[in-house]
Design a protein. Structure first.
Length: 767
């Protein structure tokens, strides 16, 4: 039954209805009859309200979190109220939650419990390995659901898994509940008291309607209880559970041992503790410094010696919650620019109490909710790092939005990490520096959007309106050439205009677009404008299509003739969703069809400077690969791009012998696969005689690869930022590109004489 307080509050919809009656007062018109100012004020007030709910600065947080997630797998999960089904929406939300959770809690652990047929079963134990958790989620299907849900059994199993963890760990249970009832074998209030006595915080996300027992459980255990309205609201509710919760003073505080394993190339055969199946093991791994056990990824708790293994940047990200940025003071300003984005402040500004800088509401939200930091470092910190390095002059910009201070700090760490003086201040300076280097692992959050300019981007339809633009297109003829050509491979989402322009600055000769479904490209103007954006400088450019229809391919090629140097057919993608449509590597067994596609396209476009190519993988039976290449040659293919693996192979070395055999055919060959340096590319050309080399992941992590640089340079990142703003790039994609470029710098190595110092250092993880 509801208590008196709940009855007095009434129903939530009543308050919403009352607010709706006053909508005229909220959206008042100005003198010109516009409501834009009212809308802007309404949005600003909403954002200010969220600012008032910020966590106090001096509060104890549970940084080490052990969380059991209970997934309702009853028959109600197949309900279609959240299309396509509640189950599908929850699985997608959980995948995204895992990424965000471990980004903000790198030393936490999560376990899964499923509940159906009134029984609760542990799907995975507590672990910090995201791969294991995602594989477990992928193993669940809608066919697995059925029966009824039992909240009591789920709580009992969760408490059994959490009661044995150390006292300094924050114990939590997150329940995703789709049903409106719980069928329990006993008194559930006894279990609620047990959870309360064990200091286990229980949070519930409902998918149907509010239930009294769930509300009581969350209230007694100091958790949260919310009901998701739709899929977007569900993602928002999960996001609120990523930040570390506050803890009581009664929780134990303890210093724990943390190891920083080096990231090494494994040259000898060895077992990996995280691979219990037959999946291929990478040739790189992390070696526990205490027991020598090999792990494929970190953070993780070593299963042999129980040492927590993390990287310094990951540990540094956990500490940002202990040093929150103080709230800014709101004030009315006119004709002032935001100190961050430099846009005019329209409604209200927010002033920092330390430096008196004034920010707009969007930048204030970004600083407090995502960056958790205002100024990356001050002069005193900069001078301290300079003393520990061999660099004389700093190059940086004061504004955090356009600056590259992180690159400067990164360079200091990489050049000075062997310095004795640098290691003497490890506990403060280096930890903060590593944190700054990885600051944007959490730049994008919720509804904060950065506006990139699109003025210089020339959309697809703008090119085909002027056929004289064809004269600007560079030919991609592969005749006599002084050296092998370098290619940017087609990568879904990543090989967009801004990135293509970037790699062209560093000796890439030819760029591919991301794979485009040819049928959608022909039928949808929206698809054409979103999938293909070009400039006059973006040449030579090869447009890659996915299709199994000769007419569709020839029609699409005719459409892009005036804005590209050629077309390519994807015959190598091994992904299931592509193969199921009959595209990608499914075409390898249809050489006659591929030959017909090439012949019809060549018959429609007679210009010999317009190339028609195939990107293939090798067949498990070599004669079939040779037969395909010979038939493509007779049909008039311009060149072949050969990925030296079969469709079933992923990280295995490429088969250079097959490349040498295919090169005997009288058409140019471009090799692809497992190339990470310029020297590797030149070696493959020398050993196989191919006419070009194509790279995908290698250019993602190092766009300067073909220019001879071992890692992404500072100038390269500057150019990427400039090109992203000039040509327009989705902010999330921009964020992911930066992650790839800085991946080689994610792990800081130290000389052998300093390893014991780092191993023996203890960290207090509760403030």
């Amino acid at each position: 039954m509801l208590n008196d307080d709940d009855e007095q509050k009434g129903y939530t919809w009543e308050a919403g209805y009352a607010d709706g009656l006053n909508i005229g007062e909220v959206l008042a018109e100005d003198d010109s009859g516009s409501i834009e100012k009212s809308i802007a004020k309404f949005i600003a007030d909403s954002k200010k309200k969220s600012r008032q709910n910020l966590r106090p600065q001096k509060i104890r947080l549970g940084i080490m979190r052990h969380v059991m997630i209970v997934i309702d797998c009853s028959r109600f999960m197949t309900n279609k109220s959240m299309p396509p089904s509640r189950f599908a929406v929850v699985m997608k939300a959980l995948h995204q939650f895992l990424d965000k959770f471990f980004e903000q809690n790198p030393i936490a652990q999560i376990g899964f419990i499923t509940c159906k047929d009134r029984k609760a079963e542990r799907l995975t134990p507590l672990t910090g390995n995201v791969r294991i958790l995602k594989d477990a989620l992928n193993s669940l299907t809608e066919a697995f659901t059925g029966g009824d849900f039992s909240l009591q059994n789920a709580l009992q199993l969760a408490s059994t898994n959490l009661k044995g963890v150390p006292g300094y760990v924050s114990r939590e249970v997150i329940i995703v509940m789709s049903t409106l009832s719980t069928i329990d074998p006993g008194n559930i209030f006894v279990n609620i008291e047990t959870m309360k006595s064990l200091s286990i915080r229980c949070s519930i996300i409902g998918l149907a309607a509010e239930m009294f027992i769930c509300k009581e459980l969350a209230k007694c255990t100091k958790g949260n209880y919310s009901v998701a309205l739709d899929a977007d609201h569900l993602h928002t509710l999960f996001s609120k559970l990523t930040a570390p919760p506050s803890t009581s003073k009664s929780i134990d505080c303890n210093a724990i041992r943390v190891g920083f394993p080096p990231h090494k190339v494994i040259t000898t055969r060895s077992f990996c503790v995280c691979h219990n199946d037959s999946s291929p093991i990478s040739n790189r791994g992390f070696i526990c410094e205490q027991c020598g056990t090999r792990h494929c990824s970190i953070p993780v708790e070593c299963s042999i010696c129980r040492l927590t293994l993390v990287a310094a940047p990951q540990l540094a990200r956990a500490f940002r919650h202990l040093l929150p940025l103080a709230p800014f003071t709101s004030l009315s300003v006119k004709n002032r620019q935001c100190a961050a984005c430099e846009l005019n402040i329209e409604v209200e500004g927010f002033m920092c109490g330390k430096c008196s800088s004034i920010f707009c509401i969007d930048c204030d939200s970004l600083l407090h909710e995502s960056l958790h930091w205002k100024q990356l470092f001050n002069d005193r910190f900069l001078e301290g790092l300079l003393m520990a390095s061999d660099i004389d002059q700093p190059v940086y910009d004061r504004r955090w939005f356009n600056n590259l201070e992180f690159l400067y700090v990164r360079d200091l760490i990489l050049r000075g990490h062997h310095s004795q003086k640098f290691h003497q201040v490890y506990s403060t300076q280096e930890c903060v520096a590593v944190f700054l280097v990885n600051i944007w692992y959490s730049i994008l959050r919720d509804n904060v959007k950065i506006k990139f300019g699109l003025d210089n981007r020339l959309k697809f339809y703008s090119r085909i309106m002027y056929k004289e633009a064809r004269k600007d297109i560079k030919s991609h003829a592969m005749g006599d050439q002084k050296r092998a050509k370098f290619y940017l491979a087609p990568m879904v989402r990543y090989s967009k205009l801004a990135f293509r322009q970037l790699v062209r600055l560093y000796d890439v000769d030819v760029c591919y677009t991301p794979m485009i479904y040819a049928k959608n490209f022909l039928e949808s103007e929206k698809c054409r404008n979103s999938e293909l954006s070009v400039t006059k400088e973006d040449s030579p450019l090869i447009v890659q299509f996915a299709t199994d229809d000769p007419f569709i391919l020839s029609s699409a090629a005719e459409m892009v003739y005036y804005c590209s140097s050629g077309v390519d057919v994807n015959c190598g993608c091994p992904k299931h969703d592509v193969r199921s449509k009959g595209f990608g590597s499914a075409l390898l067994d249809k050489p006659e069809l591929l030959a017909d596609m090439v012949a019809q396209t060549r018959a429609k476009i007679l210009d010999s400077n317009f190339s028609i190519s195939l990107k293939i993988r090798i067949n498990e039976h070599l004669p079939k690969t040779v037969d395909l290449c010979q038939k493509a040659e007779k049909a008039g293919v311009s060149y072949l791009c050969v990925h030296g693996r079969t469709p079933s192979q992923r990280s295995e070395p490429i088969n250079e012998e097959v490349l040498r055999i295919i090169k005997l055919i009288d058409i140019p060959i471009v090799a692809n696969g497992s190339i990470t340096t310029r020297q590797e590319a030149l070696d493959i050309v020398h050993r196989t005689g191919v006419d070009g080399v194509m790279v995908a992941n290698g250019l993602l992590t190092n766009p300067t690869l073909f220019a001879g640089h071992d890692y992404t340079t500072e100038g390269c990142v500057k150019n990427f930022m400039r090109l992203s703003r000039d040509h327009g790039l989705d902010w999330m994609l921009y964020h992911q590109h930066l992650q790839y470029m800085l991946r080689p710098y994610s792990y800081i190595t130290v000389s052998e004489e300093h390893v014991p110092v780092r191993e023996n250092r203890s960290l207090r993880l509760v403030s």
